[in-house]
Design a protein around this ligand. Structure first.
Ligand SMILES: N[C@@H](CCC(=O)N[C@@H](CS)C(=O)NCC(=O)O)C(=O)O
Length: 72
């Protein structure tokens, strides 16, 4: 399953659109960037530059987990 870490901003929404277009199953983890959720250590482990959007796929190469930090 893919976890999409996102927020209701255009940068977040474009990845929702991409995933909808691919038809892949995913779930959304909402990051409230107004409240500072992006600075939580758990999120920084996924997206070290504290930006959404980011994706974690727990079915990556070799069956391991892979993180893609899109928000550069
Ligand atoms: N180049 C990135 C930009 C990502 C970005 O700027 N994300 C913003 C929200 S739209 C963010 O996470 N800001 C939180 C912060 O900088 O603390 C993209 O196109 O997705």
């Amino acid at each position: 399953m893919i976890d999409l870490y996102s927020a209701t901003t255009p940068n977040g929404q474009k990845i929702h659109i991409m995933l909808e277009e691919t038809g892949l199953e995913y779930r959304v983890v909402w990051i409230d960037i107004g409240k500072g959720d992006q600075f939580a250590p758990e999120f920084l482990a996924i997206s070290p530059n504290n930006k959404i959007p980011a994706i974690v796929d727990d079915d990556g190469p070799g069956g391991g987990s892979v993180s893609v930090c899109i928000g550069r």
